[in-house]
Design a protein around this ligand. Structure first.
Ligand SMILES: Cc1ncc(COP(=O)(O)O)c(C=O)c1O
Length: 419
């Protein structure tokens, strides 16, 4: 199969890094850093399971396709105690990671229906997680609305929801089967306000479709949010969580919370394609929720770690990037990533990526996060995603390279235009 878009880029990045891992500074990674406190938490959970003689029972038996009652009840209790939200077991589905959750949801609620009409998934504000396009079984399912761009100061900007264009698109053709967005956002670190979420949710409610809120970076775990935010649950929101960025990507645990009508459809799909998620992973997560470690470690160590990384990155950009080049960093509100916009970049993001690669620096070009909906826009070709998972030293050295390449690119374009 021919790889396109983000798959082609990710494949290229993987090949390059595998060819000589020590040669490159990797500012592209999406794998969370395994902090010592996080490792200890999972090690303790596993030890408890072994010491209590539970392993045999856990790994040698199939279970419910909804997930284990133990984990489901832990989540109900957590939401009741911390958010005053009363959930029934039927409101919760444990999936094999949240990527799988989006596969189940988008292919259940979107695609060709029995009248042969195509219903699509709408992303209310681009850019957003490239993995949504990857999960759709049919072509042209994912569509997104370009953002409004607000410059905050000389080197900071923020995306805002373009409500007018969003409403126009929704009303123009009643072909939307679901909406999806990440909050905090991968790639740009934006956190849509509660007001914006309720506005989108109201529109979804009028259309009688689910709004999937991808909370892979949100509180209570991994809590990589730098602004205040809480889960938002309305009648049509499916709140989607993951334990991956809290150090457990290998165990594949995702959590969907929503009304039974939506959860049931996804559960039926899951029971057909994979039966259920890992029971060992579910037991470990239940253990770390019961003893309070997962939310505690998330806020105290994981959030702080990435906040510090962001400050290091900002410092590196301030030191190395020239002031007279129009570079803008998106406001840091959460997630594992920073998002850099190089206004009027004289070449496309993919070519820029190749130039950085020649200098042994790997970042992710931004275009794929616009899901083809915004392919004609200059802006979509002027951004790169920088991972906050690297060491301080790599961030510093990487940004110095980025700065040198950026200067060269803008200088070449000025000399070409004046010659
Ligand atoms: C925004 C977002 N959603 C979902 C996922 C998938 O995570 P997982 O399937 O490990 O839960 C990722 C992974 O990088 C992500 O960044």
């Amino acid at each position: 199969m021919n790889k396109v878009g983000v798959r082609a880029i990710m494949h290229d990045i993987q090949e390059v890094l595998n060819s000589d891992p020590s040669k490159y500074i990797n500012l592209s990674a999406g794998n969370p850093t395994l902090l010592p406190e996080v490792y200890k938490m999972w090690e303790d959970s596993l030890s408890n399971i072994l010491n209590n003689g539970e392993l045999g029972n856990i790994v040698s038996k199939y279970g419910s396709s909804y997930g284990t009652y133990e984990l489901i009840d832990c989540i109900r209790e957590y939401f009741y105690n911390n958010y005053d939200v009363k959930l029934e077991r039927e409101n919760i589905l444990i999936t094999s990671g949240s990527q799988n959750l989006f596969f189940l949801a988008l292919n259940s609620f979107c695609g060709t229906n029995d009248k042969n009409d195509l219903t699509r998934a709408l992303i209310p504000m681009l850019p957003d997680y490239a993995g949504y396009s990857g999960v759709a079984l049919e072509k042209n399912i994912i569509e997104g609305i370009p953002p409004l761009i607000t410059k905050i100061d000389n080197h900071t900007f923020r995306y805002e929801l373009d409500k007018e264009s969003f409403l126009e698109r929704v009303m123009e053709n009643r072909d939307i089967g679901a909406m999806v967005l990440s909050r905090p956002n991968n790639p740009c670190g934006n956190v849509l306000s509660e007001k914006d979420i309720l506005f989108i949710s109201n529109v979804c409610s009028e259309l009688n479709i689910p709004l999937l809120i991808d909370s892979a970076y949100a509180p209570p775990f991994p809590a990589i949010n730098f602004v205040d935010m809480n889960p938002i649950l309305t009648d049509n929101i499916v709140h989607c969580m993951s334990v991956s960025k809290a150090g457990l990507p290998g165990e594949r645990i995702g959590i969907a919370i929503g009304k039974p009508q939506y959860i049931k459809v996804m559960e039926a799909f899951q029971s057909n394609i994979s039966i259920h998620s890992s029971r060992l992973g579910q037991r470990m997560v239940a253990d770390s929720l019961q003893n309070g470690q997962l939310p505690f470690i998330s806020v105290k160590y994981i959030r702080e770690h990435y906040k510090q990384k962001y400050l290091t990155l900002k410092k590196a950009l301030t030191i190395f990037m020239p002031d007279d080049i129009p570079w803008f960093l998106h406001c840091a509100e959460g997630s594992l990533f920073s998002w850099l916009w190089l206004e009027n970049l004289p070449l496309e993001d993919k070519e820029f990526y190749n130039k950085l690669k020649e200098q042994n620096l790997i970042v992710v070009p931004g275009n794929s996060f616009f899901h083809d909906s915004y392919a004609v826009s200059m802006h979509a070709r002027e951004c790169i995603r920088i991972s906050l998972t690297a060491t301080d030293d790599d961030i510093m050295r990487g940004i110095e390279i980025l700065s040198n390449v950026t200067k060269e690119c803008y200088k070449e374009s000025i000399s070409i235009s004046t010659s």
